[in-house]
Design a protein around this ligand. Sequence first.
Ligand code: PMT
Length: 222
Amino acid sequence: FGDQPLRGRRVVVSAGPTYEDIDPVRFIGNRSSGRMGFAVAGAARDAGADVTLVAGPVALPTPPGVRRVDVRSARQMHEAVLSAARGADIYIGAAAVGDYRPSETSEHKLKKASGAPLHLELTENPDIIASLAAADGRPFLVGFAAETRELASYAGEKLRRKGIDMIAANEVGGGKGFEVADNALHLYWPGGDESLPEMPKTDLARQLVARIAERFLSGSGT
Ligand code: PMT
């Protein structure tokens, strides 16, 4: 396949955080900068794929040659990914999707109530990659797992529970994973695993995409 193993393939990548609005000025978010997912989108493009990047709120330029769809909330990302993934060959979920959102978004800015605790009720968001896993004719599914401890057991559990083809696990917290320029990944798939050591996210993304292409092509009979 030369250096373009994904030529003619359609790849969808999600990246960045989601913001779950509390009121017009406040939200629940997370520390994802989008760097890992944007690097993956660029690497998939370099591997010859036609790439759609569904991005949460981030401050990054679109990789040239990549189609970008901007979203804010987990529900918007769910809708955009499901629509982009129709007929796609591979989905790579690098986004840090908010697991919960406020049950209600206030129309007006919430006011302080004289020292009393403020209770916020949260509702679970849809699981994007698990929705794709449940669909007929689904793409090859690659998830990420962001963990602060017990990387291997949590990643293995996510691979099985979400019913996906590969998971790229990274340690986060304490200056690792989120926001920074470098990262390390441990890949798991049914029956195997491989460690990719710490390096710039752009290099890591290239290696990840090469491994994904190998596994995807060995399973697709091409
Ligand atoms: O953006 P950067 O600053 O470069 O940081 C990169 C990163 C640390 C965000 C990235 O490498 C990473 O680990 N992304 C996934 C973070 C995450 O939310 O992991 P999780 O373990 O909570 O979720 C597991 C998988 O399920 C992920 O593929 C996630 O996209 C997916 N998911 C989660 C919740 C949900 N509602 N829907 C999903 O599809």
